[in-house]
Design a protein around this ligand. Structure first.
Ligand SMILES: Nc1nc2c(c(=O)[nH]1)N[C@H]1C(S)=C(S)[C@@H](COP(=O)(O)OP(=O)(O)OC[C@H]3O[C@@H](n4cnc5c(=O)[nH]c(N)nc54)[C@H](O)[C@@H]3O)O[C@H]1N2
Ligand SMILES: Nc1nc2c(c(=O)[nH]1)N[C@H]1C(S)=C(S)[C@@H](COP(=O)(O)OP(=O)(O)OC[C@H]3O[C@@H](n4cnc5c(=O)[nH]c(N)nc54)[C@H](O)[C@@H]3O)O[C@H]1N2
Ligand code: SF4
Ligand SMILES: [Mo]
Length: 739
């Protein structure tokens, strides 16, 4: 095998021929399974239920996997798990579509050049793992641990983190930080002194008034939040949605305010202006528990509703009404901080503005307001193995990048840049479809994959990324393996959950726990992992007074609800420098940033172009479900559409249902055409398309060529200089009619 800098480039390899061979060897897909989800009658005689948790998004709901005759027949919501309450979103129920996906990666693949042509050959696990272990070892020996980096997404990665920590590799990035929820996390750290997480700390069930900027619950299907919001609406809670698009949530709202995109901070400042100038904020709370009120008022004094109206395109009276209603319902009122917050490069400030609005309502640790959930206390067993003493370096150059997360030490785009610059020489990619994930755009990802000496992808499907790496390691799906215990998240009823196999791994795929162990064994590091994954889990659970045997029964251990609310007069003792809620942040100021959020204008669309907005579809989670026939067969999930305002469609002579290509401001034209949806439900200055379509890997035989890739059309990124998030909504597209 010749892999290395001398190689001119890595050709994108179509692994189809090997795949056909693999498909022939596949066990037959259980009858009835491909015809639709949950199509088997319930209560089969030999049916057993295996409790585990979902991997179709990071929410990780509890699932009940129905197994009959060694086959998974359906997946329902676990009645024991507090995040599902017996219910799942459509993606969770459709998990069998991934398990029985005929395109799944079936065995290890190794890139080789034969007759001048690059191809993958089927390899044994021992061969593939030997290559991986050797290549990483050599790069480590020659250039040090900093020349190796891991990108990861998904719960199975813990074993690989452990594997790398053994050799001091700690350039580890989760793109879901800088491309997704990092700004919300760090805004919470700077304002309250602790990181936010999902489920976000909002007391939805007891709230009377909930404000959302974007955050399109109902399309974004965070199971528990959607259940709680529906329940709150049923009980009469009011919802306000600021969104340039009439989202599903807007359809449930008291007020839908079609804000001009990229102007949210101006709106938030105007809401603060009204609360303060009309003296309807929670003055006792602000005086006792916050710092920086004077600086805050100075910064919003000029942002009157009239001024904000010119910027945001929302009438001044509407801004006043919303601020007054919010104050009226406070403290059982909140502004939600959202999940994918990295919009325009100033998201840290935008989410800080959201938390300042929360503080002005005095809703901190109050029923219906902002709350701090707790984690299930699970003691960590002492390391079975002595760690070699590697210095922990802080790798990210962004001053407000988290310093406390071993699984996220650097932004994923910094890894891409360092790979392109030749400083990172090996990429280990776990569950990230890099060419479509948007770190600095598709091209930069491909450049990085070309430049490194060695690359590995651990995946379940022949996603685009698997065509560019040197070795592909097929992991079995979450329904076929144990993973680490899920106690990473806090909730009102703290819990620890088990992922356990419902069926044996299909083909020659293996669980991550085994793959990581095989690699460390090749390095001669024995005893890094417990003798078996089960033994490791049992040991941890015993420390908490339980056992693997016990948790297997329900898949979860749940504590009673914790007390979420503060007592009047009680000091907050927050871990901010002041110990209080920081309206103005001295830390940000010392770092050279604005202490309080300030609106700054973003670029406007060139003539005839429209800001490209993105979001989610209820049935799909991009790469995780794109090829899932159960989900993709549902009418609304077959492809993505581009939403175009009726007036815009008229001026470009577009009709509903027509296919067009999209061209962005840098001249990039979408590889595949996309269907036009003509609608009044979006502003005239924007178009909208769901991310996760337009796959160009032919091996994803279902997803191939369906819809257009949102990612391909991103040429401009705006990096939040404080905490490293990548904003990508300053991209604009126009329409190219098909000949
Ligand atoms: N079914 C399903 N659910 C999912 C996912 C999925 O793929 N499928 N993905 C999950 C993931 S990884 C994430 S991060 C979350 C993301 O879900 P959210 O956190 O809800 O994402 P947002 O980007 O806040 O929401 C998108 C909405 O913001 C609006 N928007 C765009 N620009 C602006 C603007 O400038 N101002 C305002 N006010 N609104 C704007 C869009 O029109 C759209 O309605 O969803 C998660 N849930
Ligand atoms: N253009 C654009 N880019 C975006 C976004 C956007 O809206 N637009 N959204 C951003 C957001 S919010 C997020 S969270 C990220 C998500 O980015 P990614 O994490 O790259 O998301 P996926 O596309 O879900 O890719 C997951 C990969 O994991 C594989 N996989 C699924 N299950 C398993 C498993 O059990 N084990 C292993 N080893 N692999 C598995 C899938 O086959 C797929 O290749 O994308 C970000 N990038
Ligand atoms: S919200 Fe849906 S996809 Fe996400 S973990 Fe729960 S059931 Fe699975
Ligand atoms: Mo995300």
């Amino acid at each position: 095998m010749t892999i290395g800098r001398n190689m001119t480039r890595r050709d994108f390899i179509r692994i189809s021929s090997i795949f056909l061979a693999g498909a022939a060897a596949m066990p037959a897909i259980p009858a009835g399974i491909l015809s639709g989800m949950g199509s088997r009658p319930a209560g089969l005689a030999d049916e057993k239920i295996v409790y585990s948790f979902c991997e179709h998004c990071f929410w990780r709901c509890g699932i009940a996997v129905h197994v009959s005759d060694g086959k998974v027949t359906k997946i329902t919501g676990s009645e024991h798990h507090p995040l599902s309450n017996g219910r799942l979103c459509p993606r969770g129920a459709g998990g069998t579509g991934l398990l029985y996906d005929p395109d799944r990666l079936a065995y290890p693949l190794v890139r080789e050049t034969r007759g001048g042509k690059q191809q993958y050959r089927k390899a044994t696990w021992d061969e593939a793992v030997t290559i991986v272990a050797e290549k990483l070892y050599r790069i480590h020996e020659q250039y040090g641990p900093g020349a190796i980096a891991m990108l990861h997404h998904g719960y199975g990665v813990s074993f690989f983190k452990k594997m790398f920590s053994e050799i001091g590799v700690n350039k580890i990035a989760k793109p879901s930080y800088d491309l997704c929820c990092g700004p919300a996390r760090q805004a919470s750290v700077l304002t309250y002194g602790y990181p936010s997480d999902t489920p976000e700390g909002f007391d939805i069930m007891n709230s009377r008034y909930m404000m959302f900027f974007g955050t399109h619950f109902g399309e974004n299907m965070h199971n528990t939040a959607v259940q709680e919001i529906s329940e709150a609406i049923r009980r009469g809670a009011k919802i306000v949605v600021f969104d340039p698009r009439y989202s599903t949530l807007a359809g449930k709202a008291e007020h839908w305010l079609p804000i001009k995109p990229a102007t949210d901070i101006a709106m938030m400042q105007a809401l603060m202006h009204v609360l303060i100038s009309e003296n309807i904020y929670d003055k006792p709370f602000v005086e006792q528990h916050t710092v920086g009120f004077g600086e805050l008022w100075d910064s919003v004094r000029e942002m009157t509703p009239e001024k904000a109206s010119e910027i945001t395109d929302i009438p001044a009276e509407a801004i006043r009404t919303v601020a007054r209603e919010y104050a009226f319902h406070a403290p059982a009122a909140f502004v939600h901080s959202g999940r994918r917050t990295n919009w325009y490069g100033d998201a840290l400030q935008r989410i800080r503005a959201i938390h300042i609005l929360n503080a002005l309502a005095g809703n901190f640790k109050m029923p219906g307001g902002v709350v701090a959930f707790q984690k299930f206390p699970l003691p960590q067993p002492p390391a079975a193995h002595e760690h070699p003493a590697y210095e922990k370096e802080a790798y990210s150059k962004y001053p407000f990048f988290p310093q406390d997360e071993p699984s996220n030490t650097i932004a994923s785009h910094e890894i891409i840049q360092q790979a392109i610059a030749g400083d990172i020489r090996a990429l280990f990619i776990y569950g990230v479809n890099l060419p479509e994930t948007m770190t600095l755009g598709r091209q930069a990802a491909l450049d990085a994959l070309q430049k490194v000496d060695f690359s590995v992808a651990v995946d379940v499907l022949p996603a685009e990324v698997t065509g560019y790496v040197d070795v592909v390691l097929p992991e079995c799906t979450y329904l076929e393996r144990y993973d680490d215990l899920d106690n990473g998240r806090a909730f009102r009823t703290p819990f620890v959950a088990l992922r356990q196999p419902a069926v044996k791994p299909m083909f020659d795929s293996k669980p991550g726990s085994e793959i990581a162990r095989m690699i460390t064994d090749k390095w001669g590091l024995h005893g890094v992992f417990a003798p078996t994954v089960e033994a490791g889990l049992d040991k941890k659970l015993k420390l908490a007074g339980s056992s693997l045997e016990e948790i297997k029964k329900k898949g979860v251990l749940v504590m009673p609800a914790t007390d979420l609310y503060r007592k009047s007069g009680e000091p907050l003792n927050l871990k901010t420098p002041s110990g209080k809620v920081e309206l103005a942040s001295a830390q940000l100021k010392a770092g050279g940033f604005d202490a309080v959020p300030r609106y700054t204008p973003h670029p406007e669309a060139p003539e005839g172009y429209y800001r490209m907005l993105t979001g989610r579809k209820p049935m799909l989670t991009f790469g995780r479900t794109a090829n899932n026939r159960f989900l993709g067969d549902l009418a609304t999930a077959k492809e993505n559409e581009v939403w175009v305002n009726t007036g815009v469609a008229f001026s470009h002579s577009l009709s509903d249902g027509e296919y067009v290509k999209l061209k962005n401001q840098a001249g990039v034209v979408s590889e595949f055409p996309v269907k036009v949806k003509v609608t009044e439900r979006i502003r005239r200055d924007a178009v909208y398309m769901v991310h996760g379509f337009g796959h160009n890997s032919k091996q994803l035989t279902w997803a191939y060529k369906k819809g257009a890739s949102h990612n391909q059309l991103i040429s401009r990124t705006d990096i939040d200089q404080a905490m490293g998030a990548v904003g990508f909504q300053n991209n604009f597209v126009t329409f190219v009619k098909e000949a």
